[in-house]
Design a protein around this ligand. Sequence first.
Ligand code: SF4
Length: 219
Amino acid sequence: MTKTNIPEKGAIIQRDLETFSILPHIPGGFADPALLRKIADVAEKYGAKYVKLTGAQRIAIIGIREEDLDNAWSEFTDKSKAIGLTIRSIQMCPGTWSCKRAKQDSPGLGFALDKEYYGKPAPAKFKMGISGCANGCSDPWMKDLGFFGTDSGFTAVVGGKGGGTPKLGQAIAEGLTADEAIALTGKVIVFYREHGKTPERLGATIERVGFDAFMKAVS
Ligand code: SF4
């Protein structure tokens, strides 16, 4: 039987149609040395072909056999997974933690959102990007929901995406505090869960339902 992704095991089938990749949870790509060692140990122990830094600030362990998936995951303290129809890993720039250009604490907001939403269900993949300033190093304009920092707070952007039919999002609010950004995120996700039709992304849902109706729902 042809093997496919196994979402409940966070396993993505590889080109060989035999082995899988798994992606340990690394919020915003901020990994301490112990987690990096653990990833290397798991890759070595279970005979991975290699590890790969992904565009979503994760590290894929590639080439795990199906019979080893449970044991490989058991090695990690944080076993949360986010593939398929879920809220995916949230991209974050270093923001005020280390970047001299930062206007706002992007990891602070990103970690709060990660804690609440990482791996939770959605009508389709739902991506977020949080940047500390308008340079947008975590691509907030290319995410279903993005935030970037300004002198007055966070600006929120919705409806962007990458992929084969890329789309820039549109700004819907500015000058938000982190708490206001978190509250807005909750409303956007409720709207998407209520109105989204798999596999459409948030931008397509907003277009179908209407921008005014969307804004009314999230205001
Ligand atoms: S978006 Fe701004 S704050 Fe974040 S890393 Fe880029 S330049 Fe620095």
